[in-house]
Ligand binder design. Structure first.
Ligand SMILES: *Cc1c(COP(=O)(O)O)cnc(C)c1O
Length: 366
């Protein structure tokens, strides 16, 4: 096969050849063989989230990650509910946009992109506004790569007896999360992030008691998480509408490969090594990370544009693409930045090669 680029753009991200290979077979969306794969995936997702099937269930939903967020927000919050969204980046912002479009009463706690949300501020809003029923936030804000304080955020929401919805899109499978021990009600992620599948569906790990109460809440037919769950339970493994069969089969393979690698803890260690290798190599090339290390996730890193005159993101992008790497533009309005992901089938050696290429670029352009 022709040499393709390494995607450092989560996501989609770089997947293994074996994940891609299993997509060469066609599957029937309602046949038992396929439905068993779906059921196995649903069980394995609970294992990855350390949630028991006594108290938790998982639901798969067609579409990219945002479809899963929209399905979850639109199904979890009842007609007379009110959502608090904690925002410190574009994906938190998107949750609020979803609530607005769906006509869900909401308010946002907006924090700056380079800081973790203030727990006391969340506490104060929940004391002040008793009409809030649900709180949503992003675990790893992929906008910058900042890691938000999952444990303390869930804790303060639970203290007030509210339902907590976590967008763990870019962290689930790559950062250990104790869904049950923390008492998370809904956790959303998708096929093409840290589990290292290909894009095509999202999934939600739900506290069963919370999901059971959601009948009739949905503002959409196709994005009704409750109905999707009912069908997946009644006819085990069946999706209501045509499912992305090849993607699902690839995801099943990806889950096996996560287990074979040693599980989430081992993958987390690899991602962290990738990330540390990246920052070290980029600093050697004269580039600075946007966030201090203590706020930084191992998922994606934001870098400030260097100050030398010849630099442009477009020229760096094209230079790296010629060297078989694809990076990500920035997503901040108040800082000139770009991003590099460190998740996927990517090893520290790949990151070292990337940093060598960046160094060559700097030498050429300076
Ligand atoms: C990737 C991502 C999403 C979903 O984005 P899609 O493009 O719809 O897959 C949502 N939230 C976060 C934090 C993400 O990283």
């Amino acid at each position: 096969m022709e040499k393709h680029y390494v995607l450092l753009t989560p996501g989609p991200l770089t997947t293994t050849a074996s994940v891609k290979e299993v997509m060469l077979k066609d599957w029937c969306t309602w046949d038992d063989d396929y439905k068993q794969i779906v059921q196995s995936i649903r069980a394995k997702l609970l294992d990855v989230g350390r949630a028991s099937s006594d108290n938790y269930t998982s639901v798969l939903m067609q579409g990219s990650g945002t479809f899963g967020v929209e399905a979850c927000i639109g199904t979890a919050v009842p007609k007379d509910g009110k959502l608090l969204v904690i925002v410190n980046g574009a994906y938190g912002q998107r949750i609020q946009e979803i609530a607005d479009v769906l006509g869900i009463a909401n308010r946002a706690l907006v924090c700056t992109a380079d800081q973790q949300p203030d727990i006391d501020a969340v506490d104060a809003i929940l004391v002040d506004d008793a009409s809030i029923t649900h709180v949503a936030f992003v675990h790893c804000e992929t906008t910058t790569g900042i890691l938000n304080p999952l444990e303390s955020l869930v804790e303060v929401v639970k203290k007030h007896g509210k339902t907590v919805i976590v967008d763990a899109m870019s962290s689930f499978g790559g950062i250990p999360i104790d869904v049950e021990e923390l008492g998370i009600d809904f956790l959303i992620s998708s096929a093409n992030k840290c589990i290292q599948g290909v894009p095509g569906f999202s999934f939600v790990i739900c506290r069963t008691d919370a999901l059971v109460n959601c009948k009739g809440n949905a503002r959409s037919l196709s994005l009704d998480l409750y109905d999707q769950w009912k069908v997946m339970e009644a006819e085990p493994g069946k999706w209501r509408f045509t499912s992305p069969t090849h993607v699902v089969r690839a995801f099943y393979q990806a889950l096996h490969e996560l287990e074979a690698e040693g599980g989430v803890d081992v993958r987390f260690t690899r991602y962290y090594e990738n990330q540390r290798t990246l920052v070290k190599g980029m600093e050697a090339a004269g580039l600075q990370a946007y966030l201090p290390p203590y706020l930084q996730s191992p998922i994606i890193t934001t870098f400030l544009y260097p100050s030398f005159e010849g630099f442009s993101f477009e020229s760096l992008y094209m230079f790296l693409k010629e060297h078989h790497f694809v990076i990500y533009p920035g997503k901040l309005s108040d800082a000139q930045v770009f991003r590099i992901g460190t998740i996927g089938d990517v090893q520290p050696e790949d990151i070292e090669r990337l940093c060598d290429a960046v160094q060559q670029y700097v030498q050429k352009m300076k």
